[in-house]
Design a protein around this ligand. Structure first.
Ligand SMILES: [Ca+2]
Ligand SMILES: [Ca+2]
Ligand SMILES: [Ca+2]
Ligand SMILES: [Ca+2]
Length: 310
């Protein structure tokens, strides 16, 4: 289990012990005393915008889905463009809750919904705020049912300012939603971009000068906590699709990678979007970021090469 910042070394394991253990020393009037790690407890009612509770950064806020349809809403201010991590824990700590979360700002310009993480019903997302904003984070039980609430539906959440998990060399230039507006890229580029809307695309184009170049187009996104599960599609100079992917080298890595060897020089078009074309889901929004990593190197021709390079 990852270290929990602020936790005392001898703190009992989260939840299972901490919430069930009677603590006579702390009498807050609550039926269950706060666990040591909980610097803050939710204060109901907190379901409406004007009831949103201030969320201190870098500290754990703890609470429950205590009633049917319980919505727990928090507000926090970020003064400048920053990388943020939203970490919401429940099932991994033994809670029955399966939280989902909605992040948004007053103008609804920066919004995303967060559901399960890979192999986990909990939420751990890292993204780059584009500018200083006052943000709201609402969480609620994801399971739809009449009994998904109560004292066993505890959650803990923390929002923190973090270091960028990736590096990049340039940023996309919108509008780039069509082939004609494609941003040029070259070998070695790492382009930071966002899928501002799930139905929009970011187009790039790579000029290949040799007949045969090994091209690899891939994202750093999902594997670094971005809400975006990206999809890449590449077209050759004649407009035919060379490949598309929403996974990386392994089927359980939801970054995207398309790698191939060219057969002719020309302009190769690259389309980046939210997984997946033809699928109705395709979430988007400013928090959905990626870094597109571009590699294109001429194939070294072997003297005994018979034509297929293998
Ligand atoms: Ca609550
Ligand atoms: Ca509530
Ligand atoms: Ca974009
Ligand atoms: Ca675009």
């Amino acid at each position: 289990m990852p270290a929990l910042p602020g936790a005392a070394v001898d703190e009992p394991p989260p939840f299972d012990t901490a919430v069930d253990e009677p603590d006579e020393e702390v009498d807050t009037g609550d039926e269950l005393p706060p666990a040591t790690i909980c610097a803050n407890m939710e204060q109901e009612p907190n379901g409406e915008v004007d009831e949103a509770q201030d969320l201190p950064l870098e500290q754990w806020m703890c609470g429950y889905f205590g009633e049917l349809g319980d919505n727990d809403l928090f507000a926090f201010d970020i003064e400048e463009a920053s990388w943020l991590r939203v970490w919401i824990r429940a099932q991994e700590l033994g809670s029955l809750a399966n939280p989902r979360a909605f992040l948004y700002d007053e103008d609804r310009e920066f919004d995303a919904s967060f559901e399960d993480s890979f192999l986990s019903a909990d939420i751990d997302r890292t993204f780059k705020l584009d500018e200083g904003r006052e943000l709201f984070l609402g969480i609620l039980e994801q399971e739809v049912g009449s009994v998904q609430f109560g004292e066993e539906y505890e959650w803990r959440l923390r929002v923190s300012v973090v270091k960028a998990p990736v590096t990049w060399t340039s940023e996309e230039v919108e509008e780039n939603d069509s082939r004609a507006e494609a941003n040029p890229v070259v070998d070695g580029d790492r382009v930071f971009g966002r899928i501002e809307h799930g139905l929009r695309y970011d187009w790039f184009e790579l000029e290949v000068t040799e007949d045969r170049e090994d091209v690899s187009i891939e994202t750093d996104s999902w594997s670094h906590g971005s809400p975006l599960n990206p999809e890449i599609m590449v077209e050759g100079p004649d407009g035919t699709e060379i490949g598309s992917a929403f996974t990386h080298d392994s089927a359980s890595n939801f970054d995207a990678k398309v790698a191939f060897t060219t057969t002719e020089p020309g302009i190769y078009k690259i389309r980046v979007g939210s997984c997946c074309a033809g699928d109705g889901a395709r979430p988007g929004g400013l928090p959905n970021w990626y870094v597109l990593d571009v590699s294109s190197v001429p194939v070294v021709v072997e003297t005994e090469d018979t034509g297929d390079g293998l």
